[in-house]
Design a protein around this ligand. Structure first.
Ligand code: ATP
Length: 313
């Protein structure tokens, strides 16, 4: 079993009357890309700020690298990199000077720092922009600078809080690839997002949260196995009789079937050959059909089934 890098037990955080974290339990293991997935306002940033010792909390326990995390846990903090949602760089310093400043908070030796800063510049591919000032950078490039500032000192644990919000697709892909590369180099990553596709793409384990509460944790496969739905089939059918729809509903593994606007929607719970069975039945009844799609459940389906609402409302 991999070592725990973060352990949170029964964390409760209130902002006056608002319960922002309601008995949050969470464990992040060494070497994983851990995804914290939840809609806006579900408590992701609050959880991170508590873990970082930046925010006091009402109840619970937080351990990072096996030790309790306090405001003055400098030894642990030196091993942590943070890339927060809002870009926080100095407009009057160039790209290189900004990275050097943040790296300098952890690394005193100038020669060593020069090497680390250069590595960070290359890592986020800002070589052409070394001498640029932040106001001259596009949104995507600014994000990449923000990331470079957070990772230049080579922390063992990195928090990235929604690093791709309002970023163009090219920069977004670079950011996601960069995170995976850091992870391959041995860094443990905590990644928060309300974009389920990103979380599916890069995270090895995921905690789904809503209203400050942890709803489910596991690999994406484990999360999908928790829900009833296994496969969603859509078939374009111009004419389907009520008895035929009923027959589809009665098929093995089918738990819901609807027919609206010339489309037959079938939801299956596990099982294999569902698509073949549905199409086989339609052929047998000489029902003509057009396009056919089959989709596996997404994390949004998991979220929908657990909470009754869409992840992105
Ligand atoms: N400083 C604060 N004072 C009062 N309420 C706050 C404060 N910070 C956050 N909240 C509230 O606490 C809840 C959790 O917010 P938080 O920012 O942790 O959520 P989040 O999941 O990170 O959302 P987002 O993706 O929008 O950042 C929200 O209802 C938010 O309005």
């Amino acid at each position: 079993m991999e070592q725990s890098v973060i352990e949170i037990k029964n964390l409760v955080k209130r902002y006056k009357d608002l319960l922002a974290l309601d008995h949050l339990n969470m464990e992040v293991r060494q070497g994983e890309v851990f995804g914290l997935l939840g809609p806006n306002g579900s408590g992701k940033t609050t959880a991170i700020n508590c873990i970082l010792g930046l925010l006091s909390y009402d109840k619970g326990e937080i351990r990072v690298f096996g030790k309790p995390m306090e405001a003055d846990s400098y030894e642990s903090k030196r091993e942590i990199g943070v890339v927060m949602q809002n870009v926080a760089v100095f407009d009057e310093l160039t790209v290189v000077e900004n990275i050097d400043y943040f790296c300098g908070l952890y690394v005193r030796d100038k020669k060593e720092r020069k090497r680390l800063v250069e590595e960070a510049v290359q890592f986020v591919e800002l070589e052409e922009f070394r001498k640029f000032y932040p106001p001259k950078l596009s949104g995507g490039l600014l994000r990449r600078l923000n990331i470079a500032c957070g990772i230049a000192h080579k922390p063992k644990l990195i928090f990235l809080d929604e690093p791709t919000v309002a970023v163009d697709p090219q920069s977004r892909n670079k950011i996601l690839e960069g995170i995976l590369e850091l992870n391959r180099q041995g860094t443990t990553v905590v990644y928060t997002s309300h974009y389920m596709e990103e979380v599916e793409q890069i995270c090895s384990r995921i905690l789904i949260m809503d209203k400050g509460r942890p709803l489910a944790t596991g690999t994406k496969e484990e999360l999908k196995q928790m829900i009833k739905m296994g496969e969603k089939i859509t078939v374009d059918v111009s004419d389907l009789k009520e008895e035929e729809l009923q027959a589809v509903r009665n098929m093995k593994h089918v738990f819901q079937a609807d027919y609206t606007d010339g489309k037959l929607y079938v939801q299956c719970s596990g099982g294999s050959h569902n698509l073949v069975n549905v199409l086989g039945y339609l052929s047998e009844r000489e029902v003509s059909f057009g396009r056919v799609y089959s989709e596996l459940p997404t994390l949004n389906d998991v979220f929908l089934e657990i909470t009754g609402k869409q992840l992105r409302d």
